[in-house]
Design a binder for this molecule. Structure first.
Ligand SMILES: *Cc1c(COP(=O)(O)O)cnc(C)c1O
Length: 387
């Protein structure tokens, strides 16, 4: 169904019907995988809206409509990975422009900013965005983009999206929110004033650890045109099979997320009572630093969390990381199966150690992506691994 027909529908209905029109040529209920590079034209310039698959593909189009609908946006764009989506946003900028970014975010985003884009003359200023006043203090006439992630990977810090939007708007800067950890089921940044929502669709949107993909969603038509121009000019587009997988993943987003939230809550509370655990980072605890903001802008708190042991060092963490049986030791997150990860050596290894530690990401930190298995079994597994 298209956006208009789903406008007044509730989230589960929106998610299931988003972008799904029966295939016009056969009536197939699922959008076919249009595995084609080009489209035959009736005469030069006379075509059915599809010319060359880097620019347009029907499977991708169905996905992009679905992305817009589930994020309460007008336009969606799909990319070959989450970092390709981020890359496209930074390509909106010119040398000399400034970006204010969170000092605690996905390591690959930090690497893209510092190692690729700094050399093109774009300046990145990193601040603690959990207090929006820090962003306000960093704004200059050259600020063109504010980049935040909330909750953050891996420390589960929360930034007040509406408060940052109130700073970005008068500054004339775009606000882009990496919404990967929350997923559109838990949080919709466009409703809170963000200009662009970014997703690593690899995670909760795909949901089954079988695809790498990224997404951008926005409301402004001119911004969509600029980002579409970058998408087709730079060419980081996903293939049709991968688009099909994300379309299929999205259909169960709400049921998966409900279970991730339920299991996450149980695991977070269990860890908190464990005598060998020092600290649990999960944004659903009432004493979380920004719990009030999390409660205000999220529908629930998800299945992502991190923790440290009282014996806060690499050796003790390594023992846990190599002892779990249901939690598989792997990068990534958001799939139906539970994963355990060591940010310092895995997902966040691209951040220099001093920088990491300064931002509170120590060598002993363990991150969990709580899956949708039975919560009792997951807790049992952590119990035997922590010992
Ligand atoms: C994984 C991830 C990314 C990068 O996405 P890829 O699909 O791996 O390119 C960006 N942001 C967050 C929060 C992530 O977890």
């Amino acid at each position: 169904m298209n956006i208009e027909n789903l406008n007044n529908k509730k989230i589960a209905t929106r998610i299931i019907h988003a972008g799904a029109e029966p295939d016009p040529s056969t009536g197939a209920i699922m959008t076919p995988i249009y595995q084609t590079s080009t489209y035959v034209q009736a005469a030069p310039g006379v075509n059915k809206g599809f010319e060359y698959a880097r620019s347009q593909n029907p499977t991708r189009k169905a996905l992009e409509e679905a992305l817009a609908i589930i994020e309460n946006g007008k336009f969606g764009l799909a990319f070959s990975s989450g970092v390709a989506a981020t890359d496209a946003v930074i390509k909106l900028l010119n040398p000399g422009d400034e970006v204010i970014a969170a000092n605690d975010m996905y390591g690959g985003t930090y690497r893209l900013f510092t190692k690729i884009f700094e050399k093109y003359g774009i300046k990145f200023i990193y601040v603690d965005t959990t207090d929006s006043q820090n962003i306000k203090a960093a704004v200059t006439a050259k600020t063109k983009l504010i980049w935040i992630e909330t909750p953050t990977n891996p420390l589960m810090n929360i930034t007040d999206i509406a408060a940052v939007a109130a700073i970005s708007k008068p500054a004339g800067a775009w606000l882009c929110v990496d919404n990967t950890f929350a997923s559109p089921y838990l949080q919709n940044p466009l409703d809170l004033g963000a200009d662009i929502v970014m997703h690593s669709s690899t995670k909760y949107l795909g949901g089954h650890s079988d695809v790498i993909q990224g997404a951008l969603i926005m409301n402004d038509a001119a911004l969509r045109e600029q980002l579409y121009f970058i998408q087709k000019s730079c060419g980081a587009v996903p293939g049709p099979m991968d688009c099909f997988l994300v379309i299929r993943g999205i259909k169960t987003l709400h049921v998966r997320m409900k279970q991730h939230c339920e299991n996450g809550k149980l695991v977070a509370h269990y860890l908190r009572t464990h005598p060998k655990v020092a600290r649990v980072y999960w944004c659903g605890f009432e004493d979380h630093h920004n719990f009030d903001i999390a409660k205000k802008q999220m529908r629930d708190f998800g299945g992502m969390m991190s923790f440290t042991l009282k014996e806060d060092n690499l050796a003790a963490a390594t023992k846990v990381l190599s002892s779990t049986k249901l939690f598989s030791l792997a990068e990534s997150l958001g799939g139906v199966e539970s994963l355990i990860n060591h940010p310092a050596s895995m997902t966040h290894a691209s951040i220099p150690r001093e920088e990491r530690i300064k931002n509170g990401l120590g060598d002993g930190l363990i991150r969990l992506s709580v899956g949708i298995e039975d919560a009792d079994d997951l807790i049992e597994d952590l119990k035997q691994a922590i010992g």
